[in-house]
Design a protein around this ligand. Sequence first.
Ligand code: ZN
Length: 567
Amino acid sequence: MLLWNLYFLIKFGLHFAGQLTISPLWNLGLFALLIATNPAAYQNKQLMKVLRYLVFTGPAIALLLHELGLVVSLALVDQIKALFGFSPDYLWELLKRTIQPWMLWGALLGFMIVRVLDRYIRISSWVGFGLVCILGIQALPFIQEQTQTNNTATVLEPQIQARENLSPAELLALGQVDFQKLRVARDQESQTKLRDNAYEGAGPGAVLAGFFERQRTIALAPFAPQASPDFDVIVLQICSLSWADLQYAKQSQHPAIRQADFVFENFNSATSYSGPAAIRLLRGKCGQTPHDALYSPANNSCMLFEQLRNVGFEVEMGLNHDGRFQDFSKLVKTNLGGRATELVAHDEVPAGVQAFDGSRVGRDGDYLRAWWNKRVQQSGPAVAYYYNSITLHDGNRLPNSNLNSLNSYPLRLERMLNDIQSVLGEIRRSERKALVVVVPEHGAGLTGEFGQLVGLRELPTPAITKVPVFGYWIAPGYTPANTGPVAVKQSVSYTALSELLVRWLAQTSDQQIKPSWPVLLSDLPATRLVSQQGNITVMESQGSYWIKAPGAAWKILGPVQTMAASN
Ligand SMILES: [Zn+2]
């Protein structure tokens, strides 16, 4: 019973430290079963002991994870399956991140103390007593409420649990002082503040249903160019880069971002995985669809590149990796409309990093330059190019370097941003026209968060899905403003990007030489932050971020805040 008592005692400690909320009934149930199967009462004590561990260890761990607020989902099983494709180096790094030395020392010390105490007092009785007390404390307010008043109907959904811990990533992104200011401001906000949705106030479940209902009806205008286009549209989709990661790596002031023409400060990638991110971007000409709908065929009018093809663009694609992981290459091709020329193979250029699964990844600068050199030799006046990079993916390492993946992230990021800048220079020197947009797939989760380990992305939290989207117009005779990028502050997603393209294409050539960015970027379709990964949803509503896992109630993740690039 020694280890089992330790299990309960550690949970008491965590409960009173505010790290988890004990579910007394479940624990009492487990405790009673353990007492009933106490090996001392049976003939074959050793066998009983082993049997007891075999039967109860799994449920005990599941209960602990549940109480810690960790979401146990089927998506987690997928994650475990994916582990088999990882290189041994990356698996070792993940293990070291998960188990810290202090945990091992703490467990050892606890075990020794319980072992000594066990000789003098009956710890089991105290554990049982403790569980009953917690049950009593938790039931008390409920009983009081029942006896005082039960005639006020509440509009909020029941079982909503507030969470006090704030995401370190969000705190980090905003800085302590601004974060406090924002909290105070929010507390003072009046209850009657304008809502952007009629469902607001009816509980998060209704808000989410209303959101998808409204997104289904969004219909952007078709592309309608004034003349046949004479410029390229270059979309660079980057894996693993969020505003929080940018802050973490101290690169938010990198010239590649500071010198952009525009930047979306509150762009939601709506997912935390690569495949869904690519699908959402490539189908961005319609409103946001629920995660389940992503893998069924899309309406043609939703397909961004298919629509560009219809107005005279040739569609090309490029990946700086083999695209085999979770059939990514095929998925991209399908969502580009089935036909896309790939001018450069990922292994045609020098390797930039060693991938998390041991495969080869081409260096972004070399890859894009190789493509551009081939592109300028083509006769077509307009190419719509989709490029995907996994340089920043967790688990990747720089070749010939001792740095682990986490520590090499800032270097990998800086090099990628430098590479992008140098390719932009190349395009400028070629005297051609191009609209270049950088759209990260999702963040890397570098800061780790409540309920999520560093580098894992099971929960699509704002620290992971709020990504820096920025773009440039390159054309002979066009000089960007020296006042820095025009910032779009409202909460947007892929539809805003598609709408910007609609507006861009609708301009005359003369207008394109002197684009009015503030006009082009004003009143783009706003999108509430709703992010999904598998069956887990994170949503913004009433000034808070909420999370919903299957079988669990909505929980508050933390207060909403903006992550400005200027920090
Ligand atoms: Zn990705």
